[in-house]
Design a protein around this ligand. Sequence first.
Ligand code: NAP
Ligand code: 3JN
Length: 338
Amino acid sequence: MRRYNVAVVGATGAVGNEMIRILEQRDFPVAELKLLASERSIGKTLSYKGTEYPVSVLDEGSFEGVEIGLFSAGGSISERFAPIAARAGCVVIDNTSAFRMVQEIPLVVPEVNSEDIAAYTAKGIIANPNCSTIQMVVALKPIHDRVKIKRIVVTTFQAVSGTGKEAIEELAEQTRALMNMKEPEIAVYPHRIAFNCLPHIDVFLENGYTKEEMKMVNETRKIMRDQSIAVTATTVRVPVFYSHSESVNIETEKKITASEVRDLLATAPGITVVDNPSKNEYPLPIDAAGKDDTYVGRIREDESISNGINMWVVSDNIRKGAALNTIQIAEILIRDYL
Ligand code: NAP
Ligand code: 3JN
């Protein structure tokens, strides 16, 4: 079997680390593995399949001989280094927002629009959507195909791991401090996150929404190839370590019942329906953490309108929301295109 030289850019981060774990778990055909990060990581090693690999400092020469580059070191790093990598012949799968809305660059969730990967040839780059968008479109695409979604109203409950390794540490530290009657230190977020909820993810924009909220609006329309879908989002950071949860309300063109949605999603790719309220069974972030699927429950008709559905959608934001989606794209890329 053909093997590929793979680079992980941002390998020491929350997403990069999970990428290495998933390459290992799914036995991706890696020939040489290059782990790249900043000067802060000089001297570090990371383990892959029982061997320690050195972390190298990312620079302009990092991509010679690399065939696939998995990027998650932030938007400005991708803006600078993804085109350099692509010029060196490496196909970049980028986890940042740098290229998501560039028209020629495909924005891909394999369960929804894997056929768009073919357009990678335009720039040598494929964009991975925002985590909150990914789990929502996985759950909504089968419904959109059946009864056409006119409007989506979504509120997210996002885990701190979405902000990176320092935020994971901050929630743990603040919780420890408060449980020991100490003053918690606030560094990553503008307010304390332990025992709190912050209706603020990424920066505020002129229209009053946050950038995270507008990512959900714009990315959903691009991935679903339907600019007519109306989307409004409120994104909230909650004191959970892993897995984002979302309350999703949709209005559809044609009527669909809750039971039809349950049946449709039960056989859809990447979805597990957990919807048994009489037994207190519904998706929970602690159950989704470390898993690959998107979990959907609390499926019910919205009684305030004629064609409406409410649901609760939960997925591991670092796996399906980032690292796993990236590697699923890479798997299709090598199977069908490279
Ligand atoms: P993180 O835990 O803070 O890790 C950041 C990573 O980027 C580290 O490996 C860091 O290396 C590296 N890095 C930072 N500055 C660098 C530089 N100048 N040169 C080379 N490497 C550099 O963050 P994360 O949670 O993994 O997220 C990283 C990025 O992934 C985010 O900024 C975002 O764009 C993207 N992301 C996307 C999603 C999604 O929804 N798809 C979710 C989360 C994150 P050092 O350890 O050496 O500092
Ligand atoms: O906050 C979350 O839960 C997800 C965060 C994603 C993120 C964090 C920093 C920069 C992104 C992203 O993927 O949209 C970015 C970015 O690249 O804009």
